[in-house]
Design a protein around this ligand. Sequence first.
Ligand code: DX5
Ligand code: ZN
Length: 216
Amino acid sequence: MSIIVSPSLLSADFLHLAKDIEMVNESPADWFHLDIMDGVFVPNISYGLPLVSQIKKAARKPLDVHLMIIQPERYVEAFHKAGADILTVHYEACTHLHRTLQQIKSLGMKAGVALNPHTPVHDLDDIIQDIDVVLLMSVNPGFGGQSFIESTLQKVTKLKQLIKETTSSACIEVDGGVNFETGRRLVEAGADALVAGSFVFNSPDPKKNIEGLKNL
Ligand code: DX5
Ligand code: ZN
């Protein structure tokens, strides 16, 4: 099966967002990755619910929403209404992760859990069966265009092993510093899905980079 590619709109041209959304619609990308930042969990503020609802009207692929916010359980219903198909919360931001995942799934969305670079994979030992998507951060969340953190490759291997040892069907998604070179190594290590922001939207030929990632 080919790799899932989820272009991050954080690096898109917000003055001409419809154009970039259409480019992703027409490309072989699988999902739209939307980065929601609250300026508290991460040192940056991105965009919120009104924009997600607008993106939903133009997007013809699932919305993969990455919440970098504290107490994300407060907004599960709102992001569902705005059109999220996959809703990912940070492990580090959730006191009652099990409850939050059930809340997400009860609304018909896929439930994702993101791990910061310092959070060990084994923290998911007792919850892996309840997760649809594990999002491994390969940069410190908050900004696009940062360099890939090498230790993520070992985390992918460990996570693959954990999934194999259990009855989990979780998908392994990696976010941050993804390009052809890091992407290829991530796929070899066992990643199922790749997020790419600057590598897609800062390229003179974004569609070609999406196609290249699809064919890794
Ligand atoms: C970072 C975000 C990423 C970001 C990735 O906090 O979660 O999704 O857009 O950007 P690149 O691909 O440029 O590292
Ligand atoms: Zn992200």
